[in-house]
Design a protein around this ligand. Structure first.
Ligand code: GDP
Ligand code: MG
Length: 178
């Protein structure tokens, strides 16, 4: 068994939910209020140790084109894990998860879509101390259960809350499916 693994992770969800911020927080420990549609690269990498394995996560971000066009086949090709992100304060971003899930299955065409490792992040839980939240944790977990027990994490890219834990789960899932 190899002691190294290179795993491709793609991050999907509506524009503005915090995909780029989550990656920046995880990889660079940085957060910016300023709206930047892209990090200027196709992907960023993060190395981590899981048991006796050195894992390199290659995390692919969109350049903001999720707003108006499809992401292209290169984006989806060979993905080992798909992170779906919504904003707990915006109902629409929760509802479109169905579309993103469907789009992934269509574009990436995994051998067994039922068994493919998806994970859901409910982001921006810090906003107004949680008082502007419109999607409950229960609703989110129900959606995850209906999709075959997708793991769920509530995160704040702004405060760095649960971000490492969530991506650690991503890495472990991607590694298992390898
Ligand atoms: P993307 O379009 O999904 O990549 O979203 P961005 O990462 O560009 O974030 C959109 C906006 O939401 C930016 O102004 C971020 O600063 C802000 N944002 C992202 N994550 C959080 C969060 O966890 N909490 C709060 N309060 N704002 C966030
Ligand atoms: Mg972005």
């Amino acid at each position: 068994m190899s002691r190294r693994a290179l795993l491709k992770v793609i991050v999907l969800g509506d524009s503005g939910v915090g995909k780029t911020s989550l990656m920046n927080q995880y990889v660079y420990k940085k957060y910016s209020q300023q709206y930047k549609a892209t990090i200027g690269a196709d992907f960023v990498t993060k190395e981590l140790q899981i048991d006796d394995k050195l894992v390199t996560l290659q995390i692919w971000d969109t350049a903001g084109q999720e707003r108006f066009q499809s992401l292209g086949t290169a984006f989806y090709r060979g993905a080992d894990c798909c992170v779906l992100v919504y904003d707990v304060n915006i109902q629409k971003s929760f509802e479109t998860l169905n579309n993103w899930h469907e789009e992934f299955v269509k574009q990436a065409d995994p051998v067994d879509p039922e068994a493919f490792p998806f994970i859901l992040f409910g982001n921006k839980i810090d906003v107004d101390g949680g008082s502007s939240r419109v999607v409950s944790e229960k609703k989110a977990r129900e959606w995850c259960a209906s999709r075959g027990d997708i793991p769920y994490f509530e995160t704040s890219a702004k405060e760095g809350y649960n971000v490492h834990e969530a991506f650690l789960c991503v890495a472990k899932m991607a590694l298992e499916g390898e």
